[in-house]
Design a protein around this ligand. Structure first.
Ligand code: ADP
Length: 494
């Protein structure tokens, strides 16, 4: 079966397949080659040790010993051979044969007989190649693996031997072969263990990448079908993959937040547009019917139409501000102002309204001026929004207090306290978010506080809101005065 089909059958795809094909396959080949080389090296080492043991025998001694037996009778040669074997000291390590002048092995140190047709290529070699030493490794006539070395008894004269007599040393390799088999087995086991470790650790490593990537892909697919609640499910860790998963989850959090904002925007704004439009349309139709027959109704109708259109323009202004804020284009036209004078002006407008709405209104502020660099219109817009909320969410008979305090560290704190409906602890952290409204029963786009917060931040200030449901709300605006602003801009420059 082809590798590709095998992978397909076992559902091994993508990075796993590439890893299996490249890394594991290469590791298997590499470990096999190294194991084979190690096996061959050990074999060479053992064989070399045997070979050196045979080659280290003193051949001159043999030739000296037998020189007096050459050209004697067969019996004399044989008795000389028997004595040589008796005196041979390495009998326990190797077998030694004496071969007579006719080329027949006549005595052996093994104590056993010699077969009629012995396999001895080393002997044949030594006379055919005039090489003085013949060496051979192979299987003898009994199928036993041996290493043999033949030394001619006579020194060659002009490369020719007159006698075929020789001494043959034979070492059995059977013990070595069985030892080698055990070593091969160890090498094989070590290779399997190494490949196993490579495979298991690699699989773990690949899974630690592939699993989160698969999870990422699943999540992205869900998001692509419009499910912004999908999140990447991953185990905690501190590598790049985990930080990618965590970043994608943060991004999805942002996207779902924006999706929620879009939905809030559509529902809030359509509601906010529909209410004044209904009023304008209703009064328009009524006025069309009554004409100028009822001047009081006409007056009232026109007033409603004007105020509702004014509300629509305010809404459009708020939306434009919001859009500028989103694009980072909410620019402040800052100049040196007395911020308390701006607050006075705004409060003045709301005092009348609170009287109209039957809400007790208290305003206290220091006499001294509070100089700062700021955009007077934008800051008035913030006070208007906060005061509008305080009155809007406070019932008749309630109380709204505005209290400005210059604190010694150079900040102006303005407290807008109302005894209105209050905000629940769950809603409180979200009221500064865009389009967030705690109830659709009140009119409002849900943008006011978000824009106010941005404007105050652009003046290096802060808006803090505290509230108890059913008891009332306190909005605290903190603004840095001129001295602090100068220090801030200097430290920014540095
Ligand atoms: P809106 O134009 O709807 O008032 P804001 O951004 O000004 O929008 O306010 C966001 C929400 O915060 C309001 O919908 C209201 O639920 C809550 N909120 C703000 N000020 C007050 C307040 N003084 N008392 C009670 N709830 C308030």
């Amino acid at each position: 079966m082809k590798l590709g089909k095998f992978f397909e059958k076992h559902r091994i795809r993508g990075i796993r397949a590439t890893w299996l094909k490249n890394f594991v396959l290469v590791s298997v080949i590499l470990v096999s080659v190294v194991s084979l080389a190690a096996g061959l090296l050990v074999r060479w080492y053992y064989y070399n040790a045997v070979s050196m043991a045979i080659e280290s025998l003193d051949t001159n001694l043999v030739q000296n010993y037998f020189s007096s037996y050459l050209n004697t009778t067969e019996e004399q040669f044989e008795s000389g051979a028997l004595r040589f074997i008796e005196e041979f000291s390495e009998k326990d390590k190797m077998e030694v044969w004496v071969i007579n002048e006719k080329g027949e092995p006549i005595v052996t140190s093994s104590g056993f007989g010699i077969s009629d047709d012995p396999v001895m290529p080393d002997y044949v070699d030594v006379f055919s190649s005039a090489d003085e030493v013949g060496k051979w490794t192979g299987k003898n006539e009994y199928g036993e693996k041996v290493m043999a070395l033949t030394i001619p008894i006579e020194n060659p004269q002009n490369g020719e031997y007159t006698s075929k007599a020789a001494i043959r040393y034979i070492v059995s390799l059977e013990d070595i072969e069985s030892q080698l088999l055990v070593i091969y087995l160890y090498i094989f086991i070590a290779a399997v263990i190494i490949i196993g470790i490579v495979f298991v650790s690699g699989r773990y490593f690949i899974s630690s990448i592939v699993n989160p990537v698969e999870e990422l892909s699943k999540t992205v697919n869900k998001v692509a079908t419009g499910d912004y609640t999908a999140r990447v499910n991953y185990k905690e860790g501190n590598d790049e993959i985990h930080s990618l998963c965590s970043n994608i989850n943060s991004m999805l959090e942002e996207i779902s937040g924006m999706d929620r904002m879009k939905n809030d925007f559509i529902s809030t704004i359509s509601h906010e547009i529909r209410t004044p439009l209904t009023a304008v349309k209703g009064w328009g139709e009524t006025l069309l019917q009554i004409g100028d027959k009822d001047p009081v109704m006409l007056q009232k109708g026109l007033e409603v139409i004007i105020s509702e259109s004014g509300r629509l323009s305010e809404l459009v202004e708020e939306l434009l501000d919001f859009s500028r804020m989103q694009n980072g284009a909410l620019k402040m036209k800052k100049e040196k102002i007395d911020i308390l004078a701006e607050l006075d002006e705004t409060v003045f407008v709301f005092r009348d309204r609170s009287v109209r709405e039957g809400i007790d209104f208290v305003y206290t502020a220091p006499e001294e001026p509070a100089p700062m660099f700021g955009d007077p219109n934008r800051l008035k817009q913030v006070f208007t929004n906060v005061l509008d909320n305080a009155l809007k969410y406070t019932e008749q008979g309630g109380k709204v207090t505005v209290n400005a305090v210059i604190v010694p560290d150079g900040y102006l704190n303005i407290y807008f306290v109302d005894t209105g409906c209050g905000i629940s602890p769950e809603d409180l952290p979200k009221v500064k978010e865009k389009f967030y409204k705690t109830s659709i029963n009140y009119r409002g786009s849900g943008i006011g506080l978000a824009v106010a917060d941005e404007i105050i931040k652009l003046h290096d200030g802060e808006i803090k809101i505290a509230s108890v449901l059913g008891e009332g709300t306190t909005v605290k605006i903190i603004l840095p005065l001129e001295k602090v602003q100068q220090a801030l801009s200097e430290s920014e420059k540095e």
